[in-house]
Design a protein around this ligand. Structure first.
Ligand code: BTN
Length: 257
Protein backbone atom coordinates (compact mmCIF):
# COMPACT_ATOMS: atom_id res chain seq x y z
CA UNK A 1 0.00 0.00 0.00
CA UNK A 2 1.26 3.44 -0.90
CA UNK A 3 1.07 6.02 1.91
CA UNK A 4 -1.85 8.43 1.58
CA UNK A 5 -0.07 11.59 0.41
CA UNK A 6 -2.67 13.77 -1.27
CA UNK A 7 -1.73 17.46 -1.13
CA UNK A 8 -4.52 19.51 0.42
CA UNK A 9 -3.09 22.27 2.57
CA UNK A 10 -1.54 25.08 0.55
CA UNK A 11 -2.59 23.93 -2.90
CA UNK A 12 -3.91 27.42 -3.46
CA UNK A 13 -1.85 30.13 -1.74
CA UNK A 14 -2.75 33.82 -1.67
CA UNK A 15 -0.04 36.18 -0.49
CA UNK A 16 -0.98 39.59 0.90
CA UNK A 17 1.21 42.49 1.96
CA UNK A 18 -1.17 43.94 4.51
CA UNK A 19 -4.51 42.75 5.85
CA UNK A 20 -6.64 43.33 8.94
CA UNK A 21 -6.88 39.63 9.80
CA UNK A 22 -6.09 36.68 7.55
CA UNK A 23 -8.96 34.74 9.19
CA UNK A 24 -11.45 37.48 8.26
CA UNK A 25 -10.01 37.82 4.76
CA UNK A 26 -10.28 34.07 4.20
CA UNK A 27 -13.87 33.99 5.47
CA UNK A 28 -14.84 36.65 2.94
CA UNK A 29 -12.88 34.91 0.20
CA UNK A 30 -14.61 31.58 0.84
CA UNK A 31 -18.04 33.24 0.98
CA UNK A 32 -17.36 34.90 -2.37
CA UNK A 33 -15.62 32.17 -4.35
CA UNK A 34 -17.08 29.09 -2.66
CA UNK A 35 -14.17 26.70 -3.24
CA UNK A 36 -15.28 23.08 -3.69
CA UNK A 37 -12.37 21.64 -1.75
CA UNK A 38 -10.13 22.39 1.22
CA UNK A 39 -6.69 23.87 1.15
CA UNK A 40 -6.73 27.58 0.28
CA UNK A 41 -4.18 29.41 2.42
CA UNK A 42 -3.78 33.13 3.03
CA UNK A 43 -0.35 34.44 3.99
CA UNK A 44 0.26 37.99 5.13
CA UNK A 45 3.39 40.03 5.66
CA UNK A 46 1.59 42.50 7.91
CA UNK A 47 -1.63 41.95 9.85
CA UNK A 48 -2.93 44.97 11.74
CA UNK A 49 -6.00 43.54 13.50
CA UNK A 50 -4.94 40.00 14.27
CA UNK A 51 -7.38 38.14 16.48
CA UNK A 52 -6.66 35.55 19.13
CA UNK A 53 -8.66 33.25 21.39
CA UNK A 54 -10.76 34.65 24.25
CA UNK A 55 -11.24 37.88 22.24
CA UNK A 56 -7.55 38.69 22.56
CA UNK A 57 -5.54 40.53 19.92
CA UNK A 58 -2.60 38.93 18.14
CA UNK A 59 0.33 41.25 17.51
CA UNK A 60 3.07 40.37 15.09
CA UNK A 61 5.95 42.50 13.84
CA UNK A 62 5.49 42.98 10.08
CA UNK A 63 7.61 40.68 7.94
CA UNK A 64 9.10 38.78 10.86
CA UNK A 65 6.69 35.93 11.49
CA UNK A 66 4.33 33.41 9.94
CA UNK A 67 0.80 34.78 9.73
CA UNK A 68 -1.57 32.50 7.90
CA UNK A 69 -5.07 31.09 7.65
CA UNK A 70 -6.13 27.85 6.03
CA UNK A 71 -9.55 26.88 4.72
CA UNK A 72 -10.63 23.32 5.50
CA UNK A 73 -13.85 21.41 4.92
CA UNK A 74 -13.49 18.68 7.55
CA UNK A 75 -16.92 17.13 7.11
CA UNK A 76 -15.56 13.92 8.66
CA UNK A 77 -15.48 15.71 12.05
CA UNK A 78 -18.73 15.81 13.98
CA UNK A 79 -20.27 18.96 15.40
CA UNK A 80 -20.48 17.58 18.92
CA UNK A 81 -16.87 16.34 18.88
CA UNK A 82 -14.84 19.12 17.26
CA UNK A 83 -11.68 18.77 19.34
CA UNK A 84 -9.89 16.33 17.01
CA UNK A 85 -9.32 19.22 14.62
CA UNK A 86 -7.51 21.14 17.39
CA UNK A 87 -5.49 18.00 18.09
CA UNK A 88 -4.48 17.55 14.46
CA UNK A 89 -3.48 21.17 13.88
CA UNK A 90 -1.64 21.67 17.16
CA UNK A 91 0.19 18.35 16.86
CA UNK A 92 1.24 19.18 13.30
CA UNK A 93 2.65 22.56 14.34
CA UNK A 94 4.26 21.31 17.55
CA UNK A 95 6.02 18.43 15.82
CA UNK A 96 7.18 20.70 13.02
CA UNK A 97 8.59 23.29 15.42
CA UNK A 98 10.22 20.58 17.52
CA UNK A 99 12.16 19.47 14.46
CA UNK A 100 13.46 23.06 14.13
CA UNK A 101 14.10 23.79 17.78
CA UNK A 102 16.79 22.72 20.22
CA UNK A 103 14.48 23.16 23.23
CA UNK A 104 11.36 21.21 24.10
CA UNK A 105 8.13 22.21 22.36
CA UNK A 106 4.81 21.63 24.15
CA UNK A 107 1.11 22.17 23.53
CA UNK A 108 -0.70 24.28 26.08
CA UNK A 109 -4.32 23.22 26.12
CA UNK A 110 -6.24 23.68 23.97
CA UNK A 111 -3.88 24.82 21.23
CA UNK A 112 -1.09 27.20 22.15
CA UNK A 113 2.40 26.15 21.28
CA UNK A 114 5.07 26.72 23.91
CA UNK A 115 8.82 26.47 24.00
CA UNK A 116 9.77 25.95 27.63
CA UNK A 117 7.67 28.49 29.54
CA UNK A 118 6.98 30.82 26.62
CA UNK A 119 4.44 30.99 23.84
CA UNK A 120 5.82 30.68 20.31
CA UNK A 121 2.61 30.13 18.35
CA UNK A 122 -1.13 30.63 18.62
CA UNK A 123 -3.98 29.00 16.74
CA UNK A 124 -7.47 30.34 16.20
CA UNK A 125 -9.87 27.77 14.76
CA UNK A 126 -13.28 29.06 13.67
CA UNK A 127 -15.71 26.32 12.67
CA UNK A 128 -19.02 26.49 10.83
CA UNK A 129 -21.45 23.66 11.46
CA UNK A 130 -23.87 22.22 8.96
CA UNK A 131 -26.15 19.48 10.21
CA UNK A 132 -24.13 17.17 12.41
CA UNK A 133 -20.69 17.97 11.01
CA UNK A 134 -18.15 20.76 10.54
CA UNK A 135 -18.71 22.12 7.05
CA UNK A 136 -16.04 24.79 7.13
CA UNK A 137 -13.08 25.61 9.28
CA UNK A 138 -10.89 28.68 9.15
CA UNK A 139 -7.64 27.74 10.84
CA UNK A 140 -5.59 30.80 11.74
CA UNK A 141 -1.98 30.30 12.72
CA UNK A 142 0.52 32.80 14.04
CA UNK A 143 4.07 31.58 14.63
CA UNK A 144 6.76 33.85 16.05
CA UNK A 145 9.78 33.14 13.92
CA UNK A 146 12.16 36.10 13.78
CA UNK A 147 10.59 38.58 16.20
CA UNK A 148 12.84 39.30 19.18
CA UNK A 149 11.08 42.16 20.95
CA UNK A 150 7.56 41.76 22.32
CA UNK A 151 5.15 44.19 23.95
CA UNK A 152 5.87 44.49 27.67
CA UNK A 153 2.47 43.01 28.55
CA UNK A 154 3.43 39.68 26.96
CA UNK A 155 7.22 39.73 26.75
CA UNK A 156 7.79 37.59 29.86
CA UNK A 157 5.90 34.73 28.25
CA UNK A 158 6.60 35.14 24.54
CA UNK A 159 9.35 33.77 22.42
CA UNK A 160 10.26 33.06 18.80
CA UNK A 161 12.20 30.38 17.01
CA UNK A 162 15.07 32.79 16.59
CA UNK A 163 15.18 33.62 20.31
CA UNK A 164 14.74 30.02 21.45
CA UNK A 165 17.54 28.80 19.22
CA UNK A 166 19.74 31.83 19.90
CA UNK A 167 20.11 32.33 16.18
CA UNK A 168 21.95 35.47 15.04
CA UNK A 169 20.37 35.49 11.56
CA UNK A 170 16.71 35.66 10.61
CA UNK A 171 15.16 32.43 9.30
CA UNK A 172 13.97 32.55 5.68
CA UNK A 173 10.17 32.51 6.08
CA UNK A 174 9.42 30.99 2.67
CA UNK A 175 11.24 27.74 3.48
CA UNK A 176 9.59 27.49 6.88
CA UNK A 177 6.12 28.05 5.43
CA UNK A 178 6.61 25.35 2.84
CA UNK A 179 7.72 22.90 5.54
CA UNK A 180 4.85 23.95 7.78
CA UNK A 181 2.25 23.30 5.08
CA UNK A 182 3.74 19.87 4.40
CA UNK A 183 3.64 19.05 8.13
CA UNK A 184 0.07 20.31 8.46
CA UNK A 185 -0.97 18.36 5.39
CA UNK A 186 0.36 15.15 6.97
CA UNK A 187 -1.37 15.98 10.26
CA UNK A 188 -4.65 16.61 8.45
CA UNK A 189 -4.44 13.34 6.53
CA UNK A 190 -3.64 11.59 9.83
CA UNK A 191 -6.91 12.95 11.20
CA UNK A 192 -8.75 11.21 8.39
CA UNK A 193 -6.93 7.92 8.60
CA UNK A 194 -5.57 7.34 12.11
CA UNK A 195 -7.23 6.15 15.29
CA UNK A 196 -8.45 9.25 17.22
CA UNK A 197 -7.32 7.68 20.50
CA UNK A 198 -3.78 7.41 19.15
CA UNK A 199 -3.76 11.08 18.15
CA UNK A 200 -5.14 12.11 21.54
CA UNK A 201 -2.37 10.12 23.20
CA UNK A 202 0.26 11.87 21.07
CA UNK A 203 -1.32 15.23 21.99
CA UNK A 204 -1.29 14.36 25.71
CA UNK A 205 2.36 13.37 25.50
CA UNK A 206 3.17 16.92 24.46
CA UNK A 207 0.81 18.54 26.96
CA UNK A 208 2.31 21.59 28.69
CA UNK A 209 2.57 21.33 32.52
CA UNK A 210 1.13 17.84 32.57
CA UNK A 211 1.60 16.13 35.94
CA UNK A 212 3.15 19.27 37.41
CA UNK A 213 1.76 21.37 40.22
CA UNK A 214 0.25 24.57 38.80
CA UNK A 215 -1.98 27.44 39.81
CA UNK A 216 -5.29 27.91 38.00
CA UNK A 217 -7.82 30.67 37.85
CA UNK A 218 -11.23 29.04 38.18
CA UNK A 219 -14.03 31.58 38.24
CA UNK A 220 -12.91 34.17 40.79
CA UNK A 221 -10.63 31.91 42.76
CA UNK A 222 -7.03 30.76 42.44
CA UNK A 223 -6.50 27.07 43.08
CA UNK A 224 -3.50 24.77 43.05
CA UNK A 225 -3.81 21.59 41.06
CA UNK A 226 -2.21 19.17 38.64
CA UNK A 227 -3.15 18.66 34.99
CA UNK A 228 -3.85 14.98 34.43
CA UNK A 229 -4.72 14.94 30.74
CA UNK A 230 -7.04 16.20 28.05
CA UNK A 231 -10.03 13.89 27.58
CA UNK A 232 -11.49 12.75 24.27
CA UNK A 233 -14.19 15.43 24.51
CA UNK A 234 -11.46 18.09 24.61
CA UNK A 235 -11.97 19.00 28.25
CA UNK A 236 -9.02 19.52 30.59
CA UNK A 237 -8.89 17.04 33.48
CA UNK A 238 -7.31 18.56 36.57
CA UNK A 239 -6.69 17.05 39.99
CA UNK A 240 -7.76 19.61 42.58
CA UNK A 241 -7.15 18.38 46.12
CA UNK A 242 -8.71 14.92 46.22
CA UNK A 243 -10.99 15.54 43.26
CA UNK A 244 -10.63 15.07 39.54
CA UNK A 245 -12.53 17.75 37.66
CA UNK A 246 -13.12 18.46 33.98
CA UNK A 247 -13.15 21.95 32.53
CA UNK A 248 -14.14 23.62 29.31
CA UNK A 249 -11.96 26.25 27.72
CA UNK A 250 -13.63 29.32 29.24
CA UNK A 251 -13.92 27.81 32.72
CA UNK A 252 -10.25 27.64 33.67
CA UNK A 253 -6.94 29.26 32.90
CA UNK A 254 -3.50 28.13 33.80
CA UNK A 255 -1.41 30.87 35.38
CA UNK A 256 2.17 31.21 34.21
CA UNK A 257 4.42 32.16 37.11
C1 BTN B 1 -4.19 32.81 20.17
O1 BTN B 1 -3.13 32.40 20.61
O2 BTN B 1 -4.99 33.39 20.91
C2 BTN B 1 -4.51 32.60 18.73
C3 BTN B 1 -3.74 33.52 17.85
C4 BTN B 1 -4.03 33.30 16.39
C5 BTN B 1 -3.33 34.32 15.53
C6 BTN B 1 -3.46 34.03 14.07
S1 BTN B 1 -2.41 35.03 13.08
C7 BTN B 1 -3.21 34.52 11.63
C8 BTN B 1 -4.68 34.38 11.95
N1 BTN B 1 -5.39 35.62 11.74
C9 BTN B 1 -5.88 36.13 12.87
O3 BTN B 1 -6.52 37.19 12.97
N2 BTN B 1 -5.57 35.32 13.89
C10 BTN B 1 -4.84 34.15 13.46
Amino acid sequence: NLPYTERIIGRNIIRLDRVSSTNDFLKDYVAKFKPHSSGTAILAVDQFQGRGQRDNCWFSEPGKNIICSIHLMPNFISANQQFPLNIGISLGIAKYLQAKCQKTVKIKWPNDIYIENKKVAGILIENTIRGSHISQSIVGIGINVNQTIFHESISAHSTSLKLANNQPEDYPLTDLIEGLFTALNTAYLDLKTKDPAELLQAYNKLLFRRAESSTFQIGDSLQKGVIEEVCADGKLCVILGAQRQKFQFKEISLLLE
